[in-house]
Design a protein around this ligand. Structure first.
Ligand SMILES: *Cc1c(COP(=O)(O)O)cnc(C)c1O
Length: 398
């Protein structure tokens, strides 16, 4: 096996998206990463088998634990995030729950924000408390409140930025410093930003994780999750994951790897389009408010400018007429958008939080979270910017 990344100068993100972590398969000289669907790996030599089983020699034993295709996927994200090690799971929620149940024990305390992904919020409110783990969820944009709670002492500070669906921004560097003063581990869900726009580890986070289902894969055809950070922590999370069994399938790993080849190209286009669309919508007479961290009117714009290289492909907006009815009338007119629950795909995807990110909440709970009934999440695809703006324009005029 020959590592293809041996030049001394660190390649740029576009080059890394294509080459990082990939190894030349010597078998049949294939240039592309093979899908290894084998569940087990045979050893005639029992001593060698034992060495591999005890991690003293490279190799694989059983598919629930490790797999050559999955290894390449983990290596690529590890290089893009600049971490020491990475491990994966079958879904984003698989890696999030594995991580939290690895790091927390009864009597521990975790501090997080109110605007985390819906599934993550369910772990916080429904499952962790059953194991006597104290969960404190702070107002996402109230930095002082988060710092006060963290200073009281906690084992984990869990952040997500930008958030879903109102793309709020959290100051990773400042909060990581506060958390480290109390000895807490800092985790950042980097799904919305991707490693092209933001590297939480370089801002002081201990662990960075992704729902690879979204931008990393980029084609809405494979589920996956991945986490990256120091060897010792990743080893512990991997150990829990190999036992609870939410293993990433090699075929999914292959699809995610194939998607990631174009990650930098896609994100560059999506950053550019999202900003133009946000600017266009801001001036439209039917639109009440546009949420996008690239707009100078956005509350988190200054922090976003400091910690992100681009503002991402997701924005949201609400109508002046604040009703779900207005959303129902608008969405069917869009020609270039799937009305669906996912995001981060090559196609533009649109949906109201009432049926996507916050489907579990009641209308009252959504209002309490600052999500109005006419809010629409718009995940920009890789279509030409002008066509997307023209599409929005004709749908808004109906
Ligand atoms: C979708 C999503 C998740 C969960 O990922 P799955 O792959 O659907 O399990 C976690 N965090 C964020 C920010 C997401 O958008």
């Amino acid at each position: 096996m020959v590592e293809k990344m041996n030049s001394k100068k660190k390649p740029q993100l576009g080059t890394q998206s294509v080459w990082a972590g990939e190894k030349v398969s010597l078998m049949q000289n294939a240039t592309q990463v093979p899908i290894v669907n084998s569940v087990s790996y045979g050893y005639k030599d029992l001593d060698e088998w034992l060495e591999v089983a005890h991690g003293k020699k490279e190799g694989h034993i059983y598919g629930r634990n490790t797999n050559p295709t999955v290894d390449v996927f983990e290596n690529k994200i590890k290089k893009l995030e600049g971490g020491e090690a990475a491990t994966s799971a079958s879904t984003g929620m698989g890696i999030i729950s594995s991580t939290l149940f690895t790091l927390l024990s009864p009597g521990d305390r975790i501090v997080s924000i109110k605007d985390t992904y819906g599934g993550t919020n369910k772990i916080f409110t429904e499952f962790l408390p059953r194991f006597q783990i104290d969960v404190t969820l702070c107002d996402t944009v109230d930095l002082e409140a988060i710092e006060t709670e963290v200073a009281k002492g906690c084992q984990v500070l869990y952040l997500e930025t930008p958030t879903n669906p109102t793309v709020k921004i959290v100051d990773i560097k400042r909060l990581a410093k506060t958390a480290h003063d109390t000895g807490a581990i800092v985790i950042v869900d980097n799904t919305f930003a991707t490693p092209i726009n933001q590297n939480p580890l370089s801002l002081g986070a201990d662990l960075v994780l992704h729902s690879a289902t979204k931008f990393l894969g980029g084609h809405a055809d494979a589920l996956g999750g991945v986490i990256c950070g120091p060897k010792e922590l990743i080893k512990q999370i991997y150990h829990f994951r190999e036992i609870n069994g939410v293993t990433l399938h090699p075929t999914a790993a292959y699809l995610l790897l194939r998607g990631m080849k174009t990650l930098e190209l896609r994100i560059r286009q999506q950053n550019k389009s999202a900003l133009k669309i946000a600017q266009y919508l801001s001036t439209h007479p039917s639109i009440g408010h546009v949420y996008y961290p690239g707009l100078s009117s956005h509350k988190g714009h200054d922090i976003a400018k400091k910690q992100m290289r681009g503002f991402g492909g997701v924005l949201s907006f609400e109508f002046k007429e604040n009703s779900l009815d207005a959303v129902k009338r608008f969405i069917p007119h869009l020609r270039y958008a799937h009305a669906a629950a996912n995001l981060g795909a090559v196609e533009t995807v649109v949906g109201p939080p009432a049926t996507t990110s916050h489907v579990e909440c009641t209308a009252e709970e959504r209002v309490a979270l600052g999500i109005s009934e006419s809010l629409i999440r718009y995940s920009v695809g890789i279509e030409n910017t002008e066509d997307l703006i023209a599409d929005l324009d004709q749908a808004l005029s109906q």
